[in-house]
Design a protein around this ligand. Structure first.
Ligand SMILES: *[C@@H]1O[C@H](CO)[C@@H](O)[C@H](O)[C@H]1NC(C)=O
Ligand SMILES: *[C@@H]1O[C@H](CO)[C@@H](O)[C@H](O)[C@H]1NC(C)=O
Length: 435
């Protein structure tokens, strides 16, 4: 790989007769491209450009860089003062009426470095909080599942976790939220979104991706929340029936959950707010808020179910979840959301919507962006369906971490693409030097 790249560079630089070097170049390019495509096929889908911040976060996600000091949360419990003056009447009412059980997918390596920071921040606002791991930990505590760790066991782990939840907590909550240990969620806003729905309606919500499942499937990283009826169908009708839910295990648990939900006639809910802005997100906030940071070929644009604006208009004022949130940043989020307020500005909470009958879903937001239509086939869709690369695993946000290592492959992309990346990289390096 390295030597052929060098060869390519050399032939480009060479001053030898033009036509010869051009045909040599063409031949070499063909060979290299072919080789890379075959390498590609087994490993990844479309190449990825990663916003520098996400690079740092996702690198951390691989567990190879768990010792990155910058992302670590505090060792000791952080003291939180109360806000007695806050009027929590509505939030308290929703906590009783829309009970949410959260379960967090974690593993022994992450108990201290990640999971406990979830517990100290957003996790404590769930009605019930469980940590699913393969090892016991009395401090968290964890539910010890009999599943080996590793990405390849995710699907089995999800099934075991939901079986546990069904067996022990079916009647203790109305909604069941699966999150990762680097997800940050604002549970009050989740309760507000779920409020109109009956837990008896077979439905689930999350950040919806378009491919692989006709009704869409929910990103694993942003987390997905199942109604009680969805949980029942999954555990009672789905998992034991190989025609409904895939037996065994696969890496991309979120696609399988999506397939399984579709087979069980569990609707893929629309988690956008009434203005069409998203509420659940597969990346950190800045990733969605700051426009123009990514290549248009980035799989994210092709994969999202609803065309979402980026920029400040991306995100609902009542957003629910973000992914790749580093442990230390969970405390920052907590401070920004629950403590820091601009003096003298009070916002009257939106009125609670009317409750829907069992089986009924809210209509799609009227204000949705013009491009939003699940039936339309965009150029990006065509690119995906016509790609020579067989996408046999999910380029979920979590794949970013393994893809970013593959910069060698990316080099074979167009020159401008390459230039962009290196410019971004330089800009980033520059910035970190100055800091
Ligand atoms: C708190 O908010 C509720 C609902 O908006 C309202 O009915 C109540 O009067 C408020 N309480 C105080 C002390 O302001
Ligand atoms: C799902 O709905 C279809 C069409 O209404 C029906 O034929 C099928 O039996 C349902 N499947 C399940 C598992 O409820």
């Amino acid at each position: 790989m390295t030597s052929s790249s060098t060869l390519l560079t050399r032939s480009l630089k060479s001053e030898a007769p033009r036509s010869r070097s051009r045909s040599l170049f063409t031949l070499l390019f063909g060979l290299i491209a072919g080789f890379c495509l075959s390498q590609f096929a087994s490993r990844m889908a479309t190449p990825v450009i990663i916003y520098p911040l996400a690079r740092q976060h996702s690198a951390n996600h691989t567990d190879l860089h768990n010792d990155l000091v910058v992302d670590e949360g505090p060792e000791h419990e952080v003291f939180y003062h109360e806000h007695k003056e806050d009027n929590t009447t509505i939030a308290d009412k929703l906590k009783k009426e829309v009970r949410i059980l959260c379960w967090v997918m974690t593993n022994p390596k992450n108990h201290k470095s990640k999971a406990r920071h979830v517990k100290r921040t957003w996790g404590k606002r769930c009605n019930i909080l469980l940590f699913m791991s393969s090892a016991e930990d009395n401090e968290l505590p964890t539910v010890k599942l009999d599943v080996e760790e590793g990405r390849t066991n995710l699907w089995r782990k999800v099934k075991e976790a939901f079986k546990y939840v069904y067996k022990h907590h079916y009647n203790d909550a109305d909604w069941f939220y699966k999150a990762d240990d680097d997800t940050y969620a604002i549970i009050e806003n989740m309760r507000y979104m779920l409020y109109p729905y009956s837990p008896k309606t077979p439905v689930h919500f999350g950040f919806k991706f378009k491919p692989f499942v006709k009704q869409g499937y929910m990103s694993g990283g942003a987390g997905y929340v199942l109604s009680r009826e969805a949980l029942r169908r999954f555990v009672v009708e789905g998992i034991p029936n190989p025609k409904m839910c895939l037996p065994g295990t696969v890496e991309n648990e979120d696609i399988e959950v999506g397939r399984c939900m579709a087979n069980l006639n569990v609707s893929a809910g629309d988690s956008r707010d009434s203005t069409g802005r998203g509420r659940m997100f597969p990346f950190v906030p800045e990733h969605h808020l700051i426009p123009g940071k990514y290549d248009l070929k980035w799989w994210y644009w092709a994969y999202q179910y609803y065309k979402n604006d980026d920029g400040l208009d991306c995100c609902s004022d009542l957003a629910i979840s973000f992914h790749y949130v580093a442990p230390h940043f969970m405390y920052v989020m907590d401070y920004l959301i629950y403590h820091l307020k601009p003096y003298g500005l009070l916002r009257t909470p939106e009125a609670l919507p009317a409750k829907l009958k069992v089986g009924k879903l809210l209509p799609a937001p009227i204000d949705q962006p013009a491009a939003s239509n699940e039936d339309s086939v965009s150029d990006l869709d065509r690119m995906i369906s016509s790609t020579t690369v067989k996408i046999d695993h999910e380029p979920d946000a979590r794949e970013v971490s393994s893809k970013e290592v593959d910069t060698e492959e990316e080099k074979e992309e167009t020159e401008s693409h390459e230039k962009n990346t290196s410019q971004k990289k330089e800009a980033n390096d520059d910035k970190s030097h100055k800091e």
